[in-house]
Write a protein that binds this ligand. Structure first.
Ligand SMILES: Cc1cc2nc3c(=O)[nH]c(=O)nc-3n(C[C@H](O)[C@H](O)[C@H](O)COP(=O)(O)O)c2cc1C
Length: 168
């Protein structure tokens, strides 16, 4: 029985469809490497541990941003609000300067760029990286947090950005 299960493999389209119906919050991971800001949009962000405070995200091995994030001594997680879909798309686009206007950001306490008007920033020190399939699991130790709670989160569901609606 177990052997039969393990021998099965899911085709890529079905796998993608299943993941697409899992709504996820959207963050932008940022860092400063050799004086140059770097960042990418991610939905793979997750909490990992309370004590010590750990969070994680997964990054594609083929990401051209990852080598610059990896080279930095810390990174920031910027948790986006529901009106920041354009910003999220920008940080997932190739061939643009993601930090140029109209992106609004400032250097954080340790140097990593902090995006303006987000719900929260988490400044993280690299804790562990694990090669997992075609991605790299990055675990960060949260060193500093600022919560602005500027309203609703930005969600991603079935390839579209959207808003959270609470039950009455
Ligand atoms: C909503 C959304 C979520 C994404 N989540 C991730 C993610 O968790 N990990 C990842 O590696 N790429 C993710 N991406 C893709 C990257 O943002 C984007 O492809 C990448 O930054 C561009 O490649 P580059 O790193 O070579 O610049 C996501 C893109 C979008 C639009």
């Amino acid at each position: 029985m177990t052997e039969t299960l393990w021998n099965r493999s899911v085709d890529h389209d079905t796998f993608r469809q299943a993941l697409a119906v899992h709504a996820a919050g959207v963050v932008v991971i940022t860092a400063q490497s050799e004086g140059v800001p770097a960042g990418l949009t991610a939905t793979s962000f997750s909490s990992v541990s309370l004590e010590p405070p750990l969070v994680s995200f997964c990054v594609d091995r083929d990401s051209t941003t990852w080598p610059r994030l990896r080279a930095a001594d810390h990174f920031a997680v910027n948790i986006l609000t529901s009106d920041q879909a354009v910003l999220a798309a920008r940080f997932a686009s190739k061939g643009v300067d993601r930090f140029a206007e109209p992106t609004r950001w400032r250097p954080g306490p340790l140097g990593a760029p902090l995006l303006q008007d987000v719900s929260a920033h988490l400044v993280c020190l690299p804790h562990q990286t694990v090669d997992v399939g075609d991605h790299i699991l990055v675990v960060g130790l949260v060193a500093e947090v600022s919560v602005r709670d500027r309203g609703l989160p930005l969600l991603y569901h079935r390839g579209r950005f959207g808003r959270f609606v609470a039950h009455p």
